[in-house]
Design a binder for this molecule. Structure first.
Ligand code: FES
Length: 110
């Protein structure tokens, strides 16, 4: 079964169409939205190479259904890149300011 939905990624509403409702957020970000910054690794929630922020919480995108992320604010590593969005006006002060403090608290040992 396929469906269309909208994900808010790095401050921009992105339409996802033709997706299977069981596709992971990682797959949709990389393969359907062209955001390769989150890497495919173990796909079991162990390595963290697919990490993204969803509503300010660091999550493994390989374990999250993309359709379940509708209505959330998703931040990928691309939001920090000046060539792909870090200096973009679409990166609101609110959404970009959340990530660094959350990232600091998610670091091992902090
Ligand atoms: S790919 Fe390893 S935690 Fe998601």
């Amino acid at each position: 079964m396929t469906d269309a939905f909208v994900l808010r990624v790095n401050g921009v509403d992105r339409e996802v169409s033709g997706a299977w409702l069981g596709e992971s957020l990682l797959y949709v970000l990389r393969e359907r939205l062209g955001l390769p910054g989150s890497k495919t690794g173990c796909e079991q929630g162990e390595c963290g190479s697919c990490s993204v922020f969803v509503d300010g919480a660091l999550v493994c995108a390989c374990l999250v259904l993309a359709a379940a992320a509708v209505g959330t604010e998703i931040l990928t590593v691309e939001v920090f890149s000046p060539t792909t969005g870090g200096s973009s006006p679409t990166c609101s002060a609110r959404s970009c300011a959340k990530a660094p403090s959350s990232a600091a608290s998610a670091r091992p040992g902090s």
